[in-house]
Design a binder for this molecule. Structure first.
Ligand code: PLP
Length: 448
């Protein structure tokens, strides 16, 4: 086989870093584990990329794909339907909160986010508020890489090469309580402040120019920030007051990741749109969706009206068949209930790491956690750029992998290790994660 770097251009990858070394090549998966080309086993602490929620090696999902490809490999959803898309849309609508009954399929998360922004703009154009086109999202949040989604993304480091981006994407503070700039001693006051920052941004921009707010239930990038108490209630009030749509970007946070089918349900708020992807098929085929409320579809139901948007492979029959089979597995094995029953144990196991001097904060919910690393626990001092580079890229990612744990060491905010194992994970996996982290983080501390 040719070297992986000869022709393959890997995503978000420093290709030069592999010029001397071999690219880790994963060839097989089973349950919560994957194996590389040399036969070494790794605990998949990130479910691939927050994707393989039902776990690896599910032959029934592979069989559902083969059966559908044999029956009808492809037909578009452009003025035609196919049975699996119809069935899946009905199934999803039954699981969503409130009247989120309209399912627009895509092939992934960026496309879902892109579709949501386009829908928000088109909706307001059709309802007499044509100047409402801007969107608000949070600093450091990741919402995808296509030009619209990238504009909503709040990470300067992955945007600057591509500027100018789409105008009208406004940023507000995230909900990093560990580093709260205000109200660091009172989560409720902090939540209120962070939500009110959205209101202030709307006022600043002009309420008649703002179409939507994009928020993840737990913000991934920066390291798993759960919403402070009252945050989403207040955001909902603000959105209602200014006639701004609330988009819950659940590309990671749906399909059991937080112990509910949807993150909005976990935190008890009602979005106008949910964007999703990843775990909807547990990764056995690519699929995403923008899920809109009935109200948002209404203006498009005139005789000649349509939402002038689409992608060839959105709602691909094979992907829809796989998603249905995936949801069967979820229901039969009660994977969502399994997360609820085990999330406290996952948290408690990770919190054991607090006895290490480098572990500053363990945060998250469900099966979605970030561990923030610090130089000084008492002052919460973080690492400077050079230390972060040496620690995260130079040591931790490789050392964790070599020790048998695939997860993510990320410094797009402050340095964090992120964990999101397949939802089948249980105590033995939590223990394995904790033990590997303990060993490697202890080594890391001596290297500082
Ligand atoms: C919250 C969120 N939105 C959007 C995306 C983009 O999804 P995709 O990579 O499928 O385009 C991601 C990807 O991780 C995400 O986490």
């Amino acid at each position: 086989m040719a070297n992986a770097t000869d022709h393959l251009w890997m995503h978000f990858t420093r290709m030069a870093s592999y010029s001397a070394g071999e690219v880790p090549t994963i060839v097989r998966g089973e349950g919560a584990y994957v194996w590389d080309a040399q036969g070494r086993r790794y605990l998949d602490g990130l479910a691939g990329l927050f994707v393989v929620n039902a776990g690896h090696g599910r032959t029934e999902l592979a069989e559902a794909a083969a059966k559908q490809a044999g029956e009808l490999a492809y037909f578009p959803l452009w003025s035609y339907a196919h049975p699996k898309a119809v069935e899946l849309a009905e199934r999803i609508a039954a699981l969503t909160p409130g009247d989120l009954n309209r399912i627009f399929f895509t092939t992934g998360g960026s496309e879902a986010v892109e579709a949501a922004w386009k829908l928000a703009r088109a909706y307001f154009k059709r309802t007499g508020k044509p100047n409402k086109y801007k969107v608000i999202s949070r600093y450091i949040a990741y919402h995808g890489t296509s030009m619209g989604a990238l504009s909503i993304t709040g990470l300067p480091g992955i945007k600057s090469d591509f500027e100018p981006l789409v105008p009208g994407a406004i940023k507000v503070p995230n909900t990093n309580y560990y580093r709260a700039p205000e109200h660091g001693d009172d989560p409720e006051a902090f939540g209120r402040w962070a939500a009110d920052e959205i209101g202030r941004a709307i006022e600043r921009e002009g309420p008649d120019t703002v179409a939507a707010v994009f928020l993840e239930p737990v913000q991934n990038s920066g390291g798993c920030f759960p919403p402070p108490p009252g945050y989403f209630d207040r955001v909902r009030e603000i959105c209602d007051a200014y006639d701004v749509l609330l988009v819950s970007d659940e590309v990671i946070c749906s399909w059991g990741r937080l112990g509910e089918y949807f993150g909005a349900v976990r935190y008890g708020y009602q979005p106008d749109i949910i964007t999703t992807a990843k775990g909807i098929t547990s990764g056995y085929a690519p699929l995403g969706a923008m899920i809109a409320s009935d109200r948002l579809m209404e203006p498009f139901l005139t005789e000649t009206g349509m939402f002038a948007h689409g992608v060839t492979f959105g709602g691909h029959p094979v992907s829809c068949a796989v998603a249905l089979a995936n949801l069967e597995v979820f229901a039969r094995e009660d994977l969502v209930g399994h997360v609820r029953a085990n999330e406290a144990a996952f948290r408690a196991t990770l919190e054991k790491l607090y006895d290490l001097p480098i572990v500053g904060d363990v945060r998250g919910d469900g099966y979605f956690y970030g561990i923030e690393l610090v130089k000084d626990k008492t002052t919460r001092e973080t690492f400077n750029e050079a230390e972060s580079e040496r620690l995260l890229r130079g040591f931790l990612s490789t050392a964790l992998f070599q020790a048998g744990l695939y997860c993510r060491a990320d410094d797009r905010g402050d340095p964090v290790i992120q964990l999101a194992p397949p939802l089948i994970a249980e105590q033995q996996h939590f223990d394995e994660i904790e033990q590997i982290l303990r060993t490697v983080l202890t080594q890391a501390w001596t290297k500082l």
